[in-house]
Design a protein around this ligand. Structure first.
Ligand code: ADP
Length: 631
């Protein structure tokens, strides 16, 4: 082997070994959990832990403490553990049988190889350990936990014991009730009949002396649980239930787990209070209470220190009081307790999600859609408003333009109007002179004179009519829609141009419809439409060198529309111009403005009508206007 390949082979072996080591370490981590597990396998020392329960493994509240202590111990212990649990059943009975057989059993179990530590859960188990430890395992350290400080037998404590005690503060627990429900008059206390439970009756009575007079206490300790349920379902107003302990009832029935509390909760017509966390979460309203986590963490810490070799005498804990108050939101709701009545620093749990919590994104989406829609709607409304303003403005402009156009049209008619006025004025003068002459006669013919005066009046009315028509068509006024009868409107317009037609020797014929043609419109503007079209027709006929010089106007009904037709015998509209004649400034006349038809079309469309131009087969143009009939 060359030097280089030898070094390479050594290197690769080192790398393989390093990987193997790392792999083993990782595998041990993966298989046995966190760092404590790795350390545990390294040390290899098995620790034997004896847990002694008071009533049984499933009796609340102790069961919850024991469960938490065991789990935490397993998690924190750097050593492998052998946890052995026993139950001291004698705590359940008022007149327990001899404990000796149980002691003997434990003695034979641990003879020669005592446990490394004993953990007693609850006061009866603590008493038992204190009483029999010298006999059973004199050297083994003990942690007496989950025991109320009043129940610790301090005289029998040794240097090998650690006490993790709690302090029940009944005044605080009952004041919590009064704070939440100030109207409370009676508290029915649910408590069992075992020796431990009975112990508490006197303790509670003694401790609650300061509240005497404010609260009546009713004790259910001598009732079977079934009877307690009955009473709890029919409690008088202003009564609450206080759940102390219910391990064994007066009938000797044992209540494991939380079944009893749930049954009570199901039937009770009053709220239930308790000071133990294991009873919180499905039945009690809440308040200040013992925290499972705090007691178990102190217990486990003491156990680990002892198992690690520390002297128990050095580990001392003050009794643990209630933790900060906790409340069940569902119970607060159920009993109408306001959150504002809770003490400062309270924690509210089990809050049910509101509709908002559950559907927040859907609601946000809907709100966004509504907002966007509202934005669109307001935009559209704004747009509509602007359109309305623009429409009003365009109508005003149209009215002004139409007015200017009327002036122009009337300007074209000036000669014939002057002629038309001259005629009656001339007749009036002649008639007046004749009448004067007749009056000079010795016997004037009164009848003749009366006739002459009648003629004068008629001529005067003719002249006035011409002026009235002119004034009405020249009056400047805004576009104004009203009910209009089309036959009369057209007749009025024709009246203005009759003399023009006469002057040009053109026959102007009018054939009105036999029925009324009621439309919505501005009569002056509609007259202007007719006037413009007739003037154009007269122009067309005047220009053409035709024998037949005729403009015929007619009205009629075509379905739901009224029609005005203006036909002439002119030379018609050149085919190429038909598409353009309505455009502004389109004219074929040397002096024309090209605005007449553009204005006509605008006015007709403002009346929701249509106008069409065509050439007649017989020659000449035909303009047809259609306007919607209203009735
Ligand atoms: P203007 O009369 O000033 O020319 P108009 O808008 O009234 O403006 O008419 C536009 C054009 O349409 C006219 O110049 C003419 O060529 C044509 N026109 C209108 N009416 C007739 C008609 N009855 N016969 C033939 N051509 C016509």
């Amino acid at each position: 082997m060359s030097r280089r390949s030898f070094i390479a082979s050594v290197r690769s072996r080192t790398v393989v070994a390093a990987w193997l080591g790392l792999g083993l370490l990782l595998a041990s981590c993966i298989l046995s959990g966190p760092a404590a597990a790795v350390e545990r396998s390294l040390r290899g020392e098995l620790k034997r832990v004896l847990i002694l329960h008071s009533f049984g493994r499933e009796f609340r509240p102790w069961s919850e403490y024991a469960r938490s202590i065991k789990a935490e111990l397993e998690r924190q212990s750097p050593w492998p553990l052998d946890v052995q649990e026993h139950t001291l059943l004698s705590a359940r009975f008022n007149n327990p049988g001899p404990e000796a057989p149980f002691v003997d059993y434990l003695g034979s179990l641990y003879q020669g190889k005592p446990p490394d530590i004993v953990l007693s859960i609850g006061a009866p188990a603590a008493r038992f350990v204190q009483r029999y430890r010298a006999k059973l395992f004199p050297e083994t350290p003990a942690v007496l936990t989950v025991v109320e400080q009043r129940l610790v037998n301090r005289l029998d404590l040794t240097d090998n014991d650690v006490v993790v005690s709690v302090r029940n503060d009944f005044v605080a627990a009952f004041e919590n009730i009064l704070k939440l429900l100030p109207g409370t008059k009676t508290v029915a206390v649910v408590v069992g009949a075992s020796p431990l439970e009975k112990f508490w009756i006197d303790e509670v009575k003694r401790e609650l002396k300061p509240l005497e007079g404010r609260l009546d206490l009713v004790w259910y300790s001598d009732l079977p649980f079934e009877e307690i349920l009955k009473r709890a379902s029919a409690l008088p107003p202003h009564t609450v239930l206080f759940w102390g302990l219910m391990s064994v009832d007066a009938a000797g029935v044992v209540h494991e787990g939380d079944i009893a509390l749930h049954r009570l909760h199901a039937v009770a017509n009053a709220p239930i209070f308790s000071y133990q966390e294991p009873f919180f979460g499905n039945a009690s309203v809440g308040g200040p209470m013992h925290s499972v986590a705090e007691t178990s963490s102190k217990t486990v810490s003491a156990a680990i220190r002892i198992l690690g070799g520390e002297k128990p005498a050095r580990i001392k804990y003050e009794p643990i009081g209630f933790g900060s108050p906790k409340y069940d939101w569902r119970e607060l709701q159920r009993w109408g307790i306001s959150e504002s009545s809770l003490p400062l620093g309270s924690e509210i749990l089990f809050r049910e999600p509101t509709v908002w919590d559950r559907y927040s994104w859907q609601m946000l989406l809907i709100a966004a859609v509504i907002l966007i829609q509202a934005g669109f709607i307001s935009g559209l409304l704004h747009e509509r408003h602007r359109r309305q303003l623009a429409e009003i403005e365009s109508r005003q402009r149209l009215a002004e333009l139409a007015h200017a156009n009327r002036y122009a049209a009337v300007g074209e008619l000036t000669t014939s109007i002057a002629h038309e006025l001259n005629q009656p004025l001339g007749s009036i003068l002649t008639n007046a002179e004749t009448a004067e002459l007749m009056l000079k006669a010795t016997s004037p013919d009164i009848n003749e004179i009366r006739q002459i005066l009648a003629d004068i009046r008629r001529d005067d009315q003719r002249a006035s009519e011409v002026i009235r028509r002119l004034r009405s068509v020249l009056k400047k006024r805004p576009f104004e829609i009203r009910d209009t009868e089309l036959n009369d409107t057209v007749r009025e317009a024709i009246g203005l141009v009759t003399s023009v037609a006469d002057g040009r020797r053109i026959t102007l014929a009018y054939a009105p419809a036999a029925v009324e043609l009621n439309v919505k419109g501005d009569p002056v503007q509609l007259q202007q439409v007719v006037l413009n079209l007739i003037i154009n027709a007269l122009d067309a006929v005047s220009d053409a060198d035709m024998k037949k010089r005729e403009v015929s106007v007619s009205t009629g009904r075509a379905g739901s529309h009224a029609e005005i037709r203006i036909a002439d015998t002119g030379s018609g509209i050149a085919a190429g111009d038909l598409a353009n004649i309505f455009n502004p400034f389109f004219t074929t006349k040397p002096q024309g403005m090209g605005m007449g038809l553009a204005i006509v079309k605008t006015i007709v469309e403002a009346h929701r009508g249509t106008i069409a131009a065509e050439n007649q087969p017989s020659g000449g143009a035909l303009f047809t206007i259609r306007l919607p009939i209203i009735h």
